[in-house]
Design a protein around this ligand. Structure first.
Ligand code: COA
Length: 263
């Protein structure tokens, strides 16, 4: 696909996708939503992909949904509006369901759906001066599509305060509530992403995939169901090719095959 609003760069097993509408602070309209969804669905089928990084071009990561585009939706029928909102929900769902880890590299502003994008990343590094916010209520709308992902990350109490007020908050607060994992000076963003890349690339791809799929399932499961789920998950993984390779490599004091050889 020829990307209009994204730039996508592949280096070995790592893909970097950059939101690329810097003039409007990477606000997403229907075209960018379709591209992001297409990227995520294609990435999910890519067996050579091990980690993805989501970033934004220009001064800000993402200013959320395109306000001019949303304003034009007034001329749409209710069915058209629902269909449009659904495609945004599917885009967030596809990013959230990516089988490989998604690292968010966040700077400038991440507002509305931009904060929502941070919530669907597995790991988020943010520049110390980043501004976050569920600003939808300031615009007379609401953080609907992003709410399941955001509430799962920050919990009900923080969601009530931040979504009801629409107040902007900084990177340190974002880290305190679990939206961000590492806060760094803006010139340290790439090094922080590289640290995580090193960790992820030195771990078993199928072990990571099984872990990523297990986390949301244990979070909502009853204590009885969870025992069956977790016993099955470890039983399958330890006899798998990568489980056997990882255990053997440790005992033989050598790196397993998935650790990149240093050049
Ligand atoms: N949708 C559409 N256009 C947007 C936008 C959005 N969500 N956010 C910013 N823009 C546009 C501005 O209208 C401006 O356009 P112009 O150059 O034609 O005037 C351009 O992007 C730059 O914005 P500006 O405010 O001048 O840049 P900034 O770097 O000083 O501030 C933000 C960036 C993101 C902090 C600020 O634009 C902002 O608060 N935007 C609103 C974000 C928001 O509430 N999003 C929630 C949507 S649900």
């Amino acid at each position: 696909m020829a990307w209009q609003h994204l730039s996508v760069e592949r280096r070995g097993p790592v893909e970097r996708v950059t939101l690329n509408r810097p003039d409007v602070r990477n606000a997403f309209n229907d075209e960018m939503i379709a591209e992001l969804r297409h990227w995520a669905e294609t990435a999910a089928r890519d067996v050579a992909l091990r980690v993805a990084v989501l970033a934004g071009a220009g001064p800000s990561f993402c200013a959320g949904a395109d306000i001019a585009w949303m304003k034009r939706m007034r001329q749409y029928t209710e069915e058209e509006n629902v269909a449009d909102a659904r495609s945004m929900a599917e885009m967030f769902g596809a990013l959230n369901a990516l089988p490989v880890p998604l690292i968010g590299r966040i700077h400038g502003a991440a507002l509305g759906g931009g904060t929502g994008l941070a919530a669907v990343c597995d790991i988020v590094v943010a520049a110390e001066d980043t501004v976050f916010g569920f600003t939808e209520v300031k615009l007379g709308i609401l953080p609907a599509v992003i709410s399941p992902f955001a509430v799962a990350k920050i919990g009900m109490s923080n969601a009530r305060e931040l979504m009801l007020t629409g107040m902007r908050f900084g990177a340190v607060r974002a880290r305190e509530i679990g939206l961000v994992h590492r806060v760094v000076p803006s010139d340290g963003l790439d090094a922080a992403v590289d640290d995580y890349l090193r960790e992820l690339l030195s771990s078993s791809p199928s072990g990571i995939a099984a872990t990523k799929s297990l986390i949301p399932r244990v979070a909502g499961a009853s204590p009885v169901d969870v025992r069956a789920l977790t016993s099955h998950a470890i039983a399958v993984q330890r006899v798998s090719a990568e489980g056997q390779e990882g255990l053997t490599a440790f005992l033989e004091r050598r790196p397993p095959w998935w650790v990149p050889r240093s050049e």
